[in-house]
Design a protein around this ligand. Structure first.
Ligand SMILES: Cc1cc2nc3c(=O)[nH]c(=O)nc-3n(C[C@H](O)[C@H](O)[C@H](O)COP(=O)(O)OP(=O)(O)OC[C@H]3O[C@@H](n4cnc5c(N)ncnc54)[C@H](O)[C@@H]3O)c2cc1C
Length: 384
């Protein structure tokens, strides 16, 4: 077992850290307050090669291994979870799905633009009546000439209102149940497609989240991703990558909580001493550190399995469950360390808490992660 980072990992950390400190963190508070989508940041990230992840260079990607991929999410998540969410969806859910399931033509057409973030992608699985139970989606795709007509709606889709292309899951054979779901690459200007942004979210306020609507939306046959009927398989394999990005982003949130708490507790004086000298304050920071170390190792272990190309659903769910819950714990404690000042946006910890909270919900709630873990241990699926 090797706990050392390679020179390549160190170089990626250095580059991602510098970008996060100089180009993301200074704007995070204002973008959050204004619910402003960080288009400029994404363009710069793409130009610096930070949004092409493990996609091979021949398709415009970075050809990175999954540890480097996690390092980018970690450093980005340390600065701003909205930006991290956008690039997680872009790289983990959209680019890697097209890489794995796309035709040569789809890869050549979409991956270079996505990898440079000149084009944005979204992943549309959830519906108003189908969240954890993704197999029960109702959006229908019926064959029409040399394509399909999509009818239905999607809910809570990250980047959904601003994406150039969206991977949309719809039922092509409702009688076949979960085997009747197909994935489509839908262009934003497809007739019959519209999106409505959701305002007033607790966190991730500068990330775009939207409801999507399909009314006789025509999608040509060549836009099917994978084969008809493969949709749920594609969604679940994508989520193994998506959850990995969420977990790595949460490691970044915990690191940000520790950094903010150390800085504040050394400066803030009560009872004639910096609050950092009080054992109960140190207890909170020590707990954050233990969670950080554990979460980081779980993420890298899942990444190691991904690098080897072996099944990692269990390890990725363990990492996602632990890191997201730990990020919420760390943000709660970081706010506590800051006392009343932590309760306002004068300090970043209230944003860390609001942003961490969604990580226990999206890409499979903590309950669903535990059921996946249980299924892997017991061989019994507790959810259909
Ligand atoms: C900001 C944000 C961004 C998102 N981005 C995307 C996106 O890009 N693409 C996308 O497709 N979706 C996205 N989602 C949707 C997200 O994945 C769903 O919200 C999530 O899967 C949960 O579904 P739900 O909200 O319908 O909750 P429900 O499934 O209704 O769950 C409600 C509660 O019941 C619990 N529960 C449900 N089933 C079980 C069970 N069998 N056993 C025990 N407990 C259970 C859940 O854990 C939860 O606590 C996003 C959501 C948010 C909030």
């Amino acid at each position: 077992m090797d706990f050392e980072f390679s020179e390549e990992h160190k170089a990626i950390r250095e580059k991602a850290k510098r970008f996060a400190d100089e180009e993301i963190a200074p704007y995070a508070r204002e973008n959050d307050a204004l619910e402003r989508f960080p288009s400029d940041i994404l363009k710069k990230m793409g130009a610096q090669g930070l949004t092409g992840g493990p996609v091979p260079p021949e398709y415009g990607g970075g050809g990175l291994d999954f540890i480097s991929d996690a390092i980018i999410f970690e450093e980005t998540g340390r600065a701003c979870s909205s930006v991290r969410t956008i690039i997680s969806v872009q790289v983990s859910l959209v680019e890697l799905s097209i890489l794995k399931w796309g035709t040569e033509g789809q890869k050549r057409r979409y991956l270079p633009g996505l990898c440079r973030a000149e084009m944005l992608g979204a992943f549309a699985l959830t519906e108003p009546e189908a969240g954890s139970d993704a197999g029960s989606i109702k959006t229908a795709a019926t064959k029409k000439g040399d394509g399909y007509l999509l009818n239905g709606s999607k809910a809570w889709i990250s980047t959904g209102g601003v994406a150039d292309i969206l991977i949309v899951f719809a039922k092509t054979a409702p009688e076949a149940g979960t085997r009747g779901i197909t994935a489509f690459i839908v262009a934003k200007d497809s007739p019959g497609f519209s999106a409505r942004g959701i305002k007033g979210k607790l966190g991730l306020r500068s990330a775009n989240t939207a409801g999507l609507f399909f009314e006789d939306c025509f999608v040509p046959e060549e836009q099917v991703l994978g084969s008809p009927g493969d949709g749920l398989k594609i969604a679940l394999s994508a989520l193994d990558n998506g959850r990995y990005g969420v977990a790595a982003g949460c490691v970044g949130i915990i690191q940000a909580c520790i950094d903010a708490s150390i800085k504040y507790s050394k400066k803030r004086v009560q009872f004639g001493k910096p609050i950092a000298s009080f054992q109960l304050v140190q207890d909170m920071i020590a707990r954050m550190h233990v969670d950080l170390e554990a979460a980081r190792l779980l993420v890298y272990r899942a990444g190691h399995l991904k690098n080897m190309g072996v099944r990692n659903t269990l390890e990725t769910s363990v990492a996602k469950y632990f890191a997201s819950e730990a990020a919420v714990r760390a943000a709660m404690d970081a706010l506590q360390v800051h006392g009343g000042y932590g309760y306002s946006n004068e300090y970043p910890v209230e944003r860390y808490l609001r942003d961490a909270r969604v990580a226990t919900i999206y890409e499979g709630t903590s309950q669903i992660q535990k059921l996946i873990i249980g299924e892997n241990l017991l061989g019994i699926k507790a959810f259909a």
